[in-house]
Structures are given as structure tokens and as C-alpha cells.
Design a binder for this molecule. Structure first.
Ligand SMILES: CSCCC(=O)C(=O)COP(=O)(O)O
Ligand SMILES: [Mg+2]
Length: 256
């Protein structure tokens, strides 16, 4: 594929986060360890609230589905009860399942929703600041000045996305963003996720330029009709020769 990057007349720019606007190391070495270190305390404190109960129900349903699907190594979650006290055995089974999912970097919706809630307290306490590459704020200003609408599509929850850009090292960048999508819209390797996003935004897929670091996501978006360019940021997973031939690649946003 010719390597002449351009916005190609896109009306909308859809942005991935990890490996695209934000370093993989920030997600893997800061955000994920923060969630892992604080998940037990969070669950003990919030066990009875409605949001947490909904996430726990989804985690248990997912564990049962994994078992039914014969997923290797899945950690079962004991039946959830409405007891006022946190049932230690159930809590420990939930934690084992969560840590197992984290070890696999699974992008399941209940895990991502829970991580987002844990990160909120970290951002609110000033213990977390969202990493964005130096070229990101300038690009957001440039593209919005050109009349482009910017949206985020990440496996991280919408809450986690708003927190990252709202508490970024470059200040509040949410003012440049028109909307957010996460896996409640669909998983990122599914073509239908991208047709749904285009429909929700109210444009044709061809009007959207999707920027990501993951080839599987690029193929799914391209199959939906979107324009796609793939980021090669420091620390990103190297692309296969076939993937390099399939998509335009860029090192950063300065060329767009
Ligand atoms: C919103 S920051 C956390 C990102 C996250 O949890 C993740 O799994 C990264 O996924 P992405 O789709 O942004 O590469
Ligand atoms: Mg990514």
C-alpha cells in the first residue's frame, strides 16, 4: 500500500487509544497495575451498589459461558447472593476470575467497566494522569479547526476514555471530542461494530478515517468501508509484511 498518508477527505476521525493516542506502556504499566492493586478494596467497598452488582452478574454469566465453551483455565465464580455482608468465598472467586482475565489482557465488557470505575478514583485523587503522545493535542486542535469531528473507539470503557482525555498530561482534551464508543457497541475485531459506529455518528463508513495500532481492528474497519491508517508507535507490536502491505502506516499524527 502506498505510504502517502492523508486525511483523504474524511469528515470524521475515529481514534483507538492504546498504541495510537496513548502509549501501550501507560496502559500496561500504569493503568492495569493500578486496577489490579485496587480491585479488591473497590469490590469490598462497593459490593452492594447497583453498578457493581450488574458488573458481577455479567462477570459470572461470562464465566459460565466460558466454562460452557470449554475455555481453557477459566476461573469459575460462585453463585452471587444478596447478602449485606461481602461473602468472602464469592469475593475470592470473583477476584481469581478477574486476575485470570487481566493476565490474558481480555477485553471483555464487564472487566473494562470495572477497571474504568477503579481508575475513576485514581484520577479523582490525582494518582493518575492520562498519557497522550506530544503530537496528539496539536492534531486534535488542527483537525477540529479543519471541521473534522473526532470520536474515540477503545476497548476501555467510555468512562475510562473520558477520564483519560479529561485528566490528560496535556490538560482536558475532551473539548475536542464529539463522542466515545467502547465494547458495548461491539468488539473491535468485528466489522459490524464499525458499521454501527458510522450509523450512530450519522455518516457513511467511507467518511470515517479510523486510526489504530492493531491490524485485526484495521481489517474489520476496512471491511466495513472505513478508511484506515495504522500507527507504528514506540513499543507497538510489529506488523506482519502482509499487514504492512494492506494499510498505510504512520509514525504519529503530524503527517495528517
Ligand atoms: C481507556 S484507557 C484503557 C484502555 C484499555 O483498557 C484497553 O484495553 C486498550 O484498548 P484499545 O482498544 O484502546 O487499544
Ligand atoms: Mg490499541
Amino acid at each position: 500500500m502506498a505510504n502517502s498518508p492523508s486525511l483523504e477527505g474524511a469528515k470524521v476521525i475515529l481514534l483507538d487509544i492504546e498504541g495510537t493516542t496513548t502509549s501501550i506502556s501507560f496502559v500496561k504499566d500504569v493503568l492495569f497495575p493500578y486496577a489490579r492493586a485496587n480491585v479488591e478494596a473497590y469490590l469490598r467497598k462497593q459490593w452492594g451498589d447497583d453498578d457493581t452488582k450488574a458488573i458481577l452478574r455479567d462477570l459470572q454469566a461470562l464465566a459460565e459461558q466460558d466454562i460452557s465453551d470449554g475455555v481453557e483455565g477459566v476461573k469459575p465464580i460462585l453463585p452471587l447472593t444478596d447478602s449485606a455482608q461481602v461473602p468472602e468465598d464469592v469475593l475470592q472467586s470473583v477476584l481469581k476470575n478477574i486476575f485470570w482475565q487481566m493476565d490474558l489482557d481480555r477485553k471483555t465488557t464487564p472487566l473494562k467497566l470495572l477497571q474504568g470505575k477503579i481508575w475513576k478514583s485514581g484520577y479523582d485523587k490525582g494518582e493518575l494522569k492520562g498519557h497522550v503522545y506530544a503530537d496528539v493535542p496539536e492534531a486534535f486542535i488542527r483537525w477540529t479547526t479543519q471541521g473534522k469531528k473526532l470520536y474515540i473507539y477503545s476497548s476501555g470503557s467510555v468512562q475510562a476514555q473520558i477520564l483519560l482525555f479529561g485528566h490528560s498530561e496535556a490538560g482536558d482534551l475532551c473539548k475536542y471530542l464529539s463522542g466515545y464508543f467502547d465494547t458495548t457497541t461491539g468488539y473491535k475485531n468485528e466489522t459490524t461494530s464499525y458499521t454501527t459506529i458510522a450509523s450512530k455518528i450519522g455518516v457513511q463508513p467511507e467518511d470515517i478515517l479510523f486510526l489504530t495500532d492493531v491490524a485485526a481492528e484495521a481489517f474489520a474497519a476496512s471491511d466495513a468501508g472505513m478508511q484506515v491508517q495504522v500507527l507504528i508507535r514506540p513499543g507497538n507490536k510489529p506488523l506482519l509484511e502482509s499487514e504492512l502491505e494492506a494499510f498505510r502506516t504512520i509514525q504519529d499524527f503530524t503527517v495528517l
